[in-house]
Design a protein around this ligand. Structure first.
Ligand SMILES: *[C@@H]1O[C@H](CO)[C@@H](O)[C@H](O)[C@H]1NC(C)=O
Ligand SMILES: *[C@@H]1O[C@H](CO)[C@@H](O)[C@H](O)[C@H]1NC(C)=O
Ligand SMILES: *[C@@H]1O[C@H](CO)[C@@H](O)[C@H](O)[C@H]1NC(C)=O
Length: 219
């Protein structure tokens, strides 16, 4: 080869390497606890061999016509195999399933680009409630509400309050109202994956002459 041919050849090799590199870029996938992750090897089946790995450990293989579990303990009974679509589904995802999955496929003639899936499993915020206690401050003629926002599903979400010209972070909120005043407040709980909110109205109401009491009403 002369110099010109040589440099053309290396540019070509570089291009091929770059293209392969970009094809195997990891796809980041976010899922909630309890979701499923399907790992499909959608290639022509003739002479196909497939390996599925988790954190670089092979846990299943497809060979000729069957999918075999190599590490049956890894996802313990949470794997569903479909021979016709050559896919494995990890069901009922858990937080600890977060990690790197890959699908490596080839025939005698073709090595397909490896598919890499970076899985992040998150807790899902399921429900948000507002708990409260109240008190009547006779000397100042005000109702004080001590509100607490409480989410279930994720033990550590972010909380924020809004409404009644309030915009604040944190699970707790104190609010004082004069008689006959009311406030409609929304509490929001979020994590990186999900968000839920709930709204309540609190009212400072006169019960009878000279007697006040503080109540909460559903919005
Ligand atoms: C898999 O790798 C991820 C990220 O490196 C890690 O957080 C996770 O614990 C690993 N899973 C197992 C079962 O080793
Ligand atoms: C709300 O009031 C209670 C009792 O007065 C106090 O202990 C608490 O720190 C207050 N919380 C906020 C968020 O202001
Ligand atoms: C809630 O959302 C905010 C704003 O998008 C974000 O900064 C915060 O990290 C989220 N909270 C959690 C626990 O991920």
């Amino acid at each position: 080869m002369n110099n010109f041919q040589e440099s053309c050849f290396s540019v070509l090799v570089l291009l091929v390497l770059l293209l392969q590199g970009s094809c195997s870029d990891p796809g980041v996938v976010h899922k909630a606890v309890g979701d499923s992750l399907e790992l499909i090897a959608d290639y022509p089946t003739d002479g196909l061999e497939v390996q599925w790995t988790y954190n670089e450990t092979v846990f299943a293989e497809f060979d000729e016509a069957n999918i075999n579990l190599v590490r049956p303990k890894l996802f313990h009974k949470r794997l569903k195999m479909k021979k016709d679509s050559i896919s494995i589904t990890v069901e009922d995802l858990e937080l600890r399933d977060s990690g790197s999955f890959s699908i490596i496929a080839n025939t005698n003639a073709v090595q397909y680009p490896t598919k890499i899936i970076m899985l992040h499993v998150h807790e899902l915020i399921r429900d948000v409630q507002i708990e409260y206690s109240d008190s009547w401050l006779q000397s100042e003629n005000i109702c004080t509400f001590h509100l607490r926002c409480l989410a279930s599903g994720d033990p550590n979400p972010s909380y924020s309050w809004s409404g009644h010209q309030i915009q604040t972070q944190g699970a707790y909120l104190n609010i004082s109202l004069r008689p006959a005043e009311s406030a409609t407040l929304t509490c929001t709980a979020n994590n990186t994956y999900s968000v839920k909110y709930t709204t309540e109205t609190v009212v400072c109401r006169e019960k009878s002459e000279g007697q006040r009491f503080c109540i909460k009403m559903n919005a």
